[in-house]
Design a protein around this ligand. Structure first.
Ligand SMILES: Cc1cc2nc3c(=O)[nH]c(=O)nc-3n(C[C@H](O)[C@H](O)[C@H](O)COP(=O)(O)O)c2cc1C
Length: 317
């Protein structure tokens, strides 16, 4: 089983990906957070910077596009191909209101006919592989039956399934029965994504879906960096370097890397606060430290709070 790092917009940009790879590694592939395509070509400078090959030297990266217009997809994909990418991922899962209201991301799932003609055209014209990251529907899990019938008509390199509807955002229970249906009926390789936070959870997935080659993990890796890695012999283990000491080094480096590219320390601090929201609950008695981390806009205070959390508390397994 191979491990891929899910895209998290605002979090897993190239600085995070590179720093993670350097301090933990054990990830087979990373996906870029979505790139919004615009008429007449690709994205903003900031988005382009995230996927430039020189900013992603030591990792295997698949860029992700968010669009419902064939022209925009094809133009952006051509630009990505020029940069050397051989696979493009299509985002059919983003649940955010502004994205869905424009019929993109999970919003596209609500227009199966339009989705089908979109896929028809891009698969006809593409000379690169296309993978898809999808939710199971807009409102009801059962919508996935029709969606899978559509997906089955195209040679999708990998169908990554987050088994929740758009309405269920990131918190509701996932639908293992729908994933099982996909496992049994998909003509394309499928990947499970959602709520994987322990080695045991992965072992259970391996047992239940022996033919599945990949799993994708997002928030679990942000919350517990290194909790899983692929070893050189292909086995999945906890990262040997996972410890408070390593975490401290990883976070110090991450902060410095953000400071190098951001116009003010407060922006770098904002990035760190965002990941602490995921990480802190995996420490004993974390509440008071997290409160301080969230409140401060001073680097010194931030460092002091992190340092006392690391000294006084333990990582919970
Ligand atoms: C803050 C945040 C940003 C996300 N950004 C993206 C994105 O850019 N593209 C995408 O396909 N999914 C995005 N996702 C969804 C994740 O990739 C993933 O599917 C979801 O978090 C479920 O997996 P997990 O439980 O392992 O985190 C995002 C999720 C979160 C919480």
């Amino acid at each position: 089983m191979r491990i891929t790092f899910a895209p998290l917009e605002g979090i897993t940009g190239y600085i995070y990906r590179n720093t993670y790879q350097e301090y933990y590694g054990g990830i087979d592939r990373y996906y870029s957070p979505f790139l919004v395509t615009r008429d007449r070509g690709i994205m903003k400078k900031k988005e382009l910077r995230d996927i430039l090959p020189e900013n992603n030297l030591n990792i295997d990266l698949v860029p992700q596009l968010l669009t419902n217009k064939t022209e925009n997809f094809l133009q952006a994909a051509a630009q990505l191909k020029e940069l050397g990418y051989r696979e493009i991922n299509l985002n059919l899962g983003c649940p955010s209101g502004t994205v869905v209201s424009k019929g993109r991301g999970a919003g596209f799932l609500d227009q199966p006919e339009k989705l089908q003609s979109f896929l028809e055209e891009i698969f006809q014209k593409a000379d690169y592989a296309i993978s898809i990251k999808t939710r199971i529907g807009m409102y009801e899990p059962e919508e996935f039956h029709r969606l899978l019938a559509i997906y089955n008509e195209y040679p999708i390199r990998e169908l990554i399934i987050h088994p929740r509807t758009r309405q269920e955002f990131y918190k509701e229970k996932i639908h293992p029965e729908i994933f099982k249906y996909a496992y049994e009926h998909s003509k394309n390789p499928i990947t499970f994504n959602g709520e994987i936070r322990s080695l045991q959870a992965v072992t259970a997935l391996e047992k239940e879906y022996p033919a599945m080659k990949n799993i994708m993990i997002g928030r679990g890796l942000i919350a517990k960096p290194g909790f899983i890695m692929q070893a050189a012999d292909g086995s999945l283990t906890e990262n040997r370097t996972r410890s408070k000491k390593r975490l401290k080094e990883f976070l110090d480096c991450l902060l410095e890397e953000y400071r190098k590219v951001m116009s003010a320390d407060i922006h770098a601090l904002f990035k760190m606060k965002e990941i602490w929201i995921y990480m802190a609950p995996y420490f004993t008695n974390y509440e008071k430290y997290l409160k301080k981390i969230k409140k401060t806009d001073k680097l010194m205070e931030y460092r002091a709070s992190v340092s006392s959390l690391m000294t006084n508390e333990d990582i919970i397994e």
